[in-house]
Design a protein around this ligand. Structure first.
Ligand SMILES: NC(=O)c1ccc[n+]([C@@H]2O[C@H](COP(=O)([O-])OP(=O)(O)OC[C@H]3O[C@@H](n4cnc5c(N)ncnc54)[C@H](O)[C@@H]3O)[C@@H](O)[C@H]2O)c1
Ligand SMILES: [Zn+2]
Ligand SMILES: [Zn+2]
Length: 349
């Protein structure tokens, strides 16, 4: 089969690989229809995730058809169209039982990290019962790739962690697919002000179309002052960091209101300063998390009912043979006005 393989820092290649087979009775093998590229895949290429080793097939997002099932997977049938969750969950270990399946003792973020991932014609999914979600017929396969990771991350690590409330004020720093998913799911809670921050004007324009009340380009000299002015100098109740660099986490610390919450979503590859000297008396909290993806069934229901405009996030798609171009498009998203980039597999139709 064809697969997108991480071959070393900054390098990705389309290579031939053997088709995966069932290794444990709890596994499934899924034939991909569509996979997608995540900001976290770019962090792997940058060397920010040293636990991902060269030779790995990348990807933890995708939609496919169940090709083969281990003998103890009873909730799925061969031929089912399924969403592959970015999180693999056994459902039985001490972390899964506490709802922290990101830290499942035999799962968590394994696909495209510790084991071969979804950017290939076939993928082996461990703990298939809880890690695959059957898709209702009305759900578009390509659009649904955004629910593997971006939407549960935006909702759980962003909106819920930042305690978005009716009437509250929200700022989201980073208008990538994860930030956009935070924007769309924040709106479900009817905050009175949602502001999106990025350097990319095209993404800021999309954010306005998706319902942001205001946008600020953080590349302008007085960005911080402009942002604070939107709250009459008070700062924001909910501050969501969806980039993963020191400059944006710093900005979040400057934007949080008294009593507010900072939710860090970004994957960080270097240390970041914590300004306790300024923040110690502000009655704030800072939350950081790897997504558990426990909200995925709810997000799929919202997608089915039409309450979430998930389809707008997937802006580009390429065949697997052009996987390297798909990566360069996502890496230079601003030039291509790209948000989520999908990879389509020839076996899909
Ligand atoms: N915590 C989790 O479980 C989890 C899960 C998925 C993704 N992530 C992380 O979330 C982050 C966002 O993911 P994504 O797929 O949307 O990535 P992305 O790369 O598409 O988006 C990042 C955005 O940040 C913007 N940006 C860069 N520098 C900036 C700056 N100085 N000021 C303002 N904006 C700036 C970019 O223009 C881009 O729009 C990444 O760090 C990703 O690794 C975390
Ligand atoms: Zn991801
Ligand atoms: Zn577990």
């Amino acid at each position: 089969m064809k697969a997108l393989v991480y071959t070393g820092p900054g390098m990705i290649e389309v290579l031939d690989r053997p088709r995966p087979v069932i290794q444990a009775p709890t596994d499934a093998v899924v034939r991909l229809l569509h996979a997608s590229i995540c900001g976290t895949d770019l962090h792997i290429l940058k060397g920010d995730v040293p636990t991902a080793k060269p030779g790995l097939i990348l990807g933890h997002e995708g939609v496919g058809v169940v090709e083969e099932l281990g003998e103890s997977v009873h909730s799925l049938r061969v031929g089912d169209r399924v969403l592959i969750s970015c999180m693999t969950a056994c459902g039985a270990c001490k972390f899964c039982r506490r709802g922290i399946s990101a830290h499942c003792e035999t799962g968590g973020w394994v696909l495209g990290h510790h084991v071969d991932g979804t950017q290939a014609e076939y993928v082996r999914v461990p703990h298939a019962t809880l890690s695959l979600h059957p898709l209702a017929a009305s759900i578009d396969s390509r659009a649904a790739v955004a629910v593997s990771d971006a939407f549960p991350t935006g909702l759980e690590c962003g909106v819920l962690s930042a305690n978005v409330q009716p009437g509250g004020s929200v700022v989201i720093v980073g208008a990538g697919p994860v930030g956009m998913a935070a924007l769309l799911t924040a709106r479900l809670y009817t905050p009175s002000l949602v502001v999106m921050v990025d350097l990319d004007e095209a993404r800021l324009e999309t954010a306005r179309q998706l319902g942001a009340h205001a946008t600020v380009n953080s590349g302008v000299a007085d960005a911080r002052a402009r942002l604070l002015a939107l709250t009459e100098g008070q700062g924001f109740d909910s501050v969501i960091e969806a980039v993963g660099i020191p400059a944006t986490f710093d900005l979040c610390q400057e934007l949080v209101a008294v009593g507010g919450r900072i939710a860090n979503v970004g994957v960080h590859g270097t240390k970041v300063d914590l300004h306790l000297d300024r923040l110690w008396d502000r009655n704030i909290s800072i939350h950081m998390a790897l997504v558990n993806a426990t909200t995925t069934p709810r997000l799929l229901r919202l997608m089915e009912s039409g309450e979430l405009e998930i389809g707008k996030l997937v802006t580009h798609n390429y065949p697997c043979s052009e996987g390297v171009t798909a990566y360069s498009t996502f890496q230079t998203a601003a030039q291509h006005q790209a948000l989520k980039v999908a990879i389509d597999f020839s076996s899909s139709n």
